[in-house]
Design a protein around this ligand. Sequence first.
Ligand code: FE2
Ligand code: FE2
Length: 213
Amino acid sequence: MFPKSYNNWHFGGARRERQDGPALFLHSVRSRTVCAAHAAHAVDVASEPPTSDNIGGITMSKNDKQQDAIELLISQHDDVKALFKQFDELGERATTSKKKLANEICEQLIMHTQIEEEIFYPALRSVSREMEDMLDEAVVEHASAKDLIAQIQEMEPGDDLYDAKVTVLGEYIEHHVDEEEEDMFPKVRKLKLDLDALGAEMAARRDELLATA
Ligand SMILES: [Fe+2]
Ligand SMILES: [Fe+2]
């Protein structure tokens, strides 16, 4: 049985309550129980100007306030794939760059899996029982990736199997991302979900997680 709080992810009526404003913002991100708060912080983030950060030599676009949930996740997939490619191209002795890139990869993946597990997957479960098995498998794949991430974070470049673990993590993520983009997301587009509101909540949670990482 789905948690009652996830049973109404359509947000249609929530937009009427935007005047609740930022006070509900952090609370709603944490609890995800109040659809009205959802719409409230969607408005808050929409009014912020676009910014960008240069991370690992690539520009991570934050001009995603208008991205819906799927667009946001795909852009994060692309960002992390670019980081893996950069890692792969580093020379054997580029230990400082390897450490920096691996840390960034781990941080981005922890954030990404967390917003999927906290916000995106529960929203899908709330409207589609058919996707339950697929989502369960995705969570199990996340757990395996997080185990590898934890190992990498404990290691230093030059340690035995360090490069191999980052490479295997990259292959693992590529497989997982392909399944999401080719199998899961097309199904999600057909669900009755407000993907714009969902994307706004996920972007807010992303910013919150990265600010405390
Ligand atoms: Fe995922
Ligand atoms: Fe993903």
